[in-house]
Ligand binder design. Structure first.
Ligand code: MTE
Ligand code: HPA
Ligand code: MOS
Length: 768
């Protein structure tokens, strides 16, 4: 799996880039990395457990807490009545109470927080609470929500060209329906927070959140306090995957609420069952499409309606719906496009951000439409994909003109480097000689826009201290969640100052050091925070060069700081980095810098649904082959061969890890991970025995990732493109590879677009 590293000789000039391994790897392996549950709690810390609705929709007639309250060790039970500020945690739309008041809207909705001397006691107390409810009708599907007019907000629609007219001129028109299910984040570290009282009523919260400012702002609102009284600190997360962008907030707010009243430290960490039941997931989508092609297989018209299962409150659904529209045509150019999305209000937990943020759901539909068209016309879908690839200066449906497009390049490179023709022949030959096993192959190109879709969120700050001994401390808004952003930040500082990476420390993410931050999300964390950091470091470097120029009595233009020494052009002086810092200290030069970066150029006008929302796009093409066992319906992915657009990767090992991890997570979503709610809105896949994610045995036998040679994009940090989310969408190819294998066994099989394609479904389709 690692042999691809050898291929990655992408003009990396700085040795640091190649040698730097994830700075967390040492403490991770030794079990020394700190998560919320590892924080040393203060003496007298209390523990919280959430009491939640165990039906999906209803009115609360009465709740009797008395038995629970009387249990020894229980300190207090908090409900909406204890909220001094607003009982409101909705970020995009104020439609979500922290605690249910008189009615509840999803199974798992928090009603109260039990605080006790131990989590065990709080759990026991939970069982003693008596609740009387009146059940109300439950909606779990988009279709039902649409029928009943149950929506989160008004629909959105992007338009390009004249779709209706274009359909009249098509040689082929196909219509269909698709479904893609949700996905559980399954971060290894469950949701949690630890709140402690500081003096004068201030509260410090240690939270497992991607968005420290969201936690700070929401806590202040619920407690009716100023934001400056709330300090949020994050060391790192044991995974977030979008599940902690908005949904880390309630637990932190609850812990803080209890601390506010009790003036004691309170820890609230959800156990896995509570986490699975109470938190939202990737949005299921039910969609209908109509695709029109000319005789020469050019897609000229595409009309799609996405029904997004938003759950019981908005959460980030409107923004996720918007990204679905942005990615509805994936890496293809279609002249006439009409896309509509409706965010359907149902009685599921509010669904939320998940790697790809609605993009994958949009791409699944266009790939389904292409597969359907190909099957009906009787050509390979690969042909239709290829003919319609996005080219330089093509227009996206949202008005952005595509530039530095690598769609064709990655496609052609994948075909030639991996010898697609031969791969296809191998699959054919295998299928011709095997009855019980069949192979299938599919290509999956991707184009993913980088920037928060909400333009005002695209900014960040960095605070850099050079200490008088020459060591450096860095604070930004970046939250480390396994994606390696801290390593990238460290590289930036070490590179600008040309000092040993051991001299640089990445501090925790803390709202008192770096304020008003966007969450670490949208794959933009390294770009935004890295660019701010670059600015801060460069400003300090300029100041230090002034000092050196004075000290060495030479023009500043001649000064170069390299390998912890000061050079006058090529000649090494006696002045070292450490001495230079001492001199600067004596000269009373500021050794601290705070810088701000806001992505230039980007804009979007929602009244016209046009603009230039993305700093750039990430491209790539994957070839996926699968073998299915036609007796059992089980399958393996033999090979995933990818040509990926890293720009110029600044951290090859980390970026490769992101591609591999995202790919496997995407394959999991499309194949084996099956979220199941019953008609009453109860989560059936409520444990790891009923919810299966890819393990080491289901990882493709061979993953090869080759970087495409490009000049890199200026908007990306050190031209190293964002990598966190895009490769997840390679996994969509797995679905289509499976369908092709099924078809090889059962020619009567009618293509279905209902993900995930679990082994059960494969088996049924084989013998349909
Ligand atoms: N990788 C790991 N190991 N853990 C995570 O939680 N989150 C993903 C991706 N890669 C995640 C991850 C998601 S959803 C996003 S948006 C990006 O990382 C966020 O980090 P970045 O902006 O630094 O890429
Ligand atoms: N990605 C992730 N989170 C977001 C986005 C996005 O594009 N927009 C708003 N929040
Ligand atoms: Mo990622 S879904 O933007 O946290």
């Amino acid at each position: 799996m690692r042999k691809n590293l050898a291929h990655m000789k992408n003009d990396i000039s700085n040795a640091l880039k190649q040698s730097m391994k994830n700075i967390d790897s040492y403490t991770h392996v030794r079990g020394e990395s700190i998560y919320v549950d590892d924080v040393n709690v203060r003496e007298g810390t209390l523990f919280g457990v959430v009491f939640d609705a165990l039906k999906a929709h209803g009115k609360i007639k009465s709740i009797d807490y008395s038995n629970a309250e009387q249990l020894e060790g229980v300190h207090r039970i908090f409900t909406y009545k204890d909220i001094p500020g607003e009982n409101q945690i909705g970020g995009v739309i104020p439609d979500e109470p922290l605690f249910a008041e008189h009615d509840f809207h999803f199974w798992g909705q928090p009603i109260a927080l039990i605080v006790a001397e131990s989590e065990f006691i709080a759990r026991q107390a939970r069982r003693l609470i008596k609740i009387e409810i009146e059940e109300l009708p439950v909606i779990t599907t988009c279709k039902e929500a649409k029928k009943q007019g149950s929506f989160i907000n008004t629909h959105r629609s992007f338009n390009l060209g004249d779709t209706e007219k274009a359909f009249q001129e098509c040689d082929y028109i196909f219509e269909g329906e698709t479904f893609s299910n949700g996905q559980e984040h399954l971060y290894i570290e469950t949701q949690g927070a630890y709140a402690e009282p500081l003096e004068n009523g201030s509260i410090k919260i240690t939270s497992s959140t991607q968005g420290p400012t969201i936690v700070q702002k929401t806590t202040a609102k619920v407690l009716g306090m100023a934001m400056h009284k709330i300090e949020v600190d994050v060391t790192r997360l044991g995974g977030g995957f979008g599940g902690k962008e908005d949904q880390a907030t309630p637990w932190a707010v609850m812990a803080a609420l209890a601390t506010f009243h009790l003036k004691q430290s309170v820890k609230l960490v959800l156990n896995r069952h509570d986490d699975l039941r109470m938190t939202g997931k990737r949005h299921p989508y039910e969609s209908t499409y109509k695709i029109g092609l000319t005789k020469d297989l050019k897609i000229v018209a595409y009309d799609v309606e996405f029904l997004q299962n938003s759950g019981a409150a908005a959460d980030l659904s409107p923004a996720i719906a918007e990204r679905t529209l942005f990615h509805a045509t994936n890496s293809y150019y279609i002249k006439n496009v009409k896309t509509t999305v409706l965010s359907c209000k149902t009685n599921l937990p509010p669904n939320t951000a998940f790697r790809g943020f609605g993009g994958p759901q949009g791409m699944f539909v266009i790939e389904s439409a292409i597969a359907k068209a190909a099957s009906e016309i009787g050509v390979s879908p690969i042909k239709i994909q290829e003919i319609n690839l996005l080219q330089e200066n093509d227009e996206f449906s949202y008005g952005q003109i595509a530039t530095e497009v690598e769609a064709q390049n990655t496609w052609d490179s994948a075909k030639s480097i991996f010898d697609l023709e031969n791969l296809e022949k191998e699959v054919e030959a295998f299928n011709a000689t095997h009855q019980d096993f069949k192979k299938g192959l599919a290509l999956m190109p991707i184009a993913f826009g980088i920037s928060f879709t909400n333009t005002p969120m695209n900014h960040a700050r960095a605070l850099v201290h050079i200490y008088q001994d020459g060591s450096v401390g860095i604070s930004t808004a970046a939250v480390e969640m396994g994606q390696g952003v801290n390593t990238k930040l460290l590289q930036i500082a070490a590179q600008v100052f040309s000092i040993d990476s051991a001299k640089v420390k990445i501090e925790t993410t803390n709202t008192t050091r770096v304020a008003n931050t966007s969450p670490s999300a949208a794959s933009s964390t390294a770009d935004l925070n890295g660019k701010a950091l670059l600015k801060a470091c460069n400003a300090l470097l300029e100041r230090l060069k002034d000092v050196a120029s004075e000290e060495l009595k030479t023009s500043k233009d001649n000064i170069i700081i390299k390998n912890e020494s000061v050079f006058i052009n090529t000649i090494k002086s006696d002045l070292t980095w450490t001495e230079l810092i001492s001199k600067a200290m004596l000269k009373r030069i500021a050794l601290t810098e705070n810088a701000h970066y806001a992505t230039p150029i980007i804009h979007f006008d929602k009244t016209k649904e046009k603009g230039h929302p993305f700093a750039y796009h990430v491209y790539g093409t994957a070839i996926i082959t699968t073998t299915i066992d036609c007796t059992r319906g089980t399958y393996v992915f033999d090979d995933v061969k990818i040509v990926h657009d890293y720009g110029k990767s600044m951290s090859e090992g980390i970026d490769l890890g992101q591609v591999e991890g995202a790919l496997v997570q995407g394959i999991g979503w499309m194949t084996m991970e099956e979220i199941a709610y019953n008609e009453e809105g109860k989560l059936l896949s409520n444990a790891l025995s009923t919810y299966k994610i890819p393990d080491i045995f289901s990882v493709p036998s061979n993953i090869e990732v080759i970087p495409v040679e490009t000049k890199g994009n200026e908007m990306a940090i050190l031209k190293s493109k964002a990598v966190g989310e895009p490769p997840l969408m390679y996994g969509i190819g797995a679905y289509f590879a499976l369908q092709n294998a099924i078809k090889a066994f059962n020619p009567k099989y009618k293509l279905k677009f209902h993900a995930p394609m679990t082994p059960e479904k494969v088996l049924m389709n084989l013998y349909e």
